[in-house]
Design a protein around this ligand. Structure first.
Ligand code: NDP
Length: 263
């Protein structure tokens, strides 16, 4: 029996155990997936080995710590320095990032996205910014504080904090901050968010399982929006493929995970 887990702080809200366990159960794969409330990201590696995990997902705020905890990084995670999936291989921790492709999957029905505003500058924002640039989109990053913006400037994005932001028009605005996750906060002051939503065609939030204040405002304004559920599904399918080493077909994984959303 293999054991998998999600690490985060907070982590109680995570639907990943339901999603992965649904796949394991319905495909007779001998594994179980649990959640671990980890406060100190530097303890990730030792906790992983102490619990003899075969793999893990990592959520807020430990994705950068997860990158540092790995022995080897593969694929897209190398470009962003952020890991959301770890698979154990011969006693080594191999790190991956499945968030960005999960998001591209989620916004498939949004058409002609050329100009994007990302709210937040954490791990998710990094992954999305790199992926959007790969799609030749024009990317601006707006964050509460200045400190994390350098990465985006060097990448070729425009960037600003609340005090020096200059509004433009956008095809899509994505909230990747954790504002609204455990509180009723907006990702930026209300006047700023109102102005931004008035200047966009679509809105999306990485947070799932609730209508965040950001999406509630988008809805009020009649803007087509998505919450993070489809992004969660997309990243989960790709992570499960890595955990089970492609022994289960992608379509089957997606079917069982989608089904778990109804539970
Ligand atoms: P990080 O901790 O790496 O980054 C958090 C960001 O949010 C920082 O830019 C921080 O700004 C900003 N922030 C935090 N609180 C506030 C606030 N009250 N107002 C404005 N800005 C704030 O987080 P992640 O990138 O890992 O995750 C972000 C969110 O995305 C989480 O809610 C997570 O659950 C969700 N998520 C969902 C996924 C899905 O599959 N649906 C996948 C991945 C993430 P500062 O730099 O100033 O501190």
């Amino acid at each position: 029996m293999q054991l998998f887990a999600i690490f985060g702080d907070p982590v109680a809200h995570s639907r990943s155990p339901l999603m992965h366990n649904a796949v394991f159960k319905h495909s007779d794969y001998k594994a179980c997936y649990t959640r671990i409330h980890l406060k100190d990201g530097t303890k990730l590696r030792e906790t992983f080995f102490n619990l003899q995990l075969s793999g893990a997902n990592i959520t807020v705020p430990h994705k950068e710590a997860a990158f540092a905890a790995c022995d080897e990084i593969r694929g897209f995670a190398n470009k962003v320095g952020v890991v959301n999936t770890i698979a154990e291989e011969d006693g080594k921790l191999i790190g991956y990032n499945t968030d960005a492709d999960g998001f591209i999957f989620a916004i498939e029905e949004f058409k002609d996205i050329k100009k994007v505003l990302i709210l937040g500058a954490g791990g998710t924002a990094k992954a999305l910014a790199v992926r959007f640039l790969e799609e030749n989109m024009d990317v601006t990053v707006l964050n509460r504080s200045q400190g994390r913006l350098k990465f985006f400037d060097e990448l070729g994005c425009k960037s600003a904090s609340w005090s020096d932001f200059e509004l433009s028009s956008y095809d899509l605005v994505v909230n990747t901050t954790s504002a609204g996750l455990k509180d009723d906060a907006l990702p930026a002051p209300k006047e700023l968010i109102e102005a931004i939503l008035d200047a966009t065609r679509y809105a999306a939030d990485a947070i799932y399982g609730k209508v965040t204040p950001f999406l509630a405002l988008a809805e009020q304004k009649g803007i087509l929006y998505k919450d993070g559920a489809d992004m969660l599904l997309g990243q989960g399918v790709l992570a499960n493929e890595l955990f089970t080493r492609k022994q289960i077909a992608k379509q089957e994984i997606a079917k069982y995970m989608r089904h778990s959303f109804l539970l």
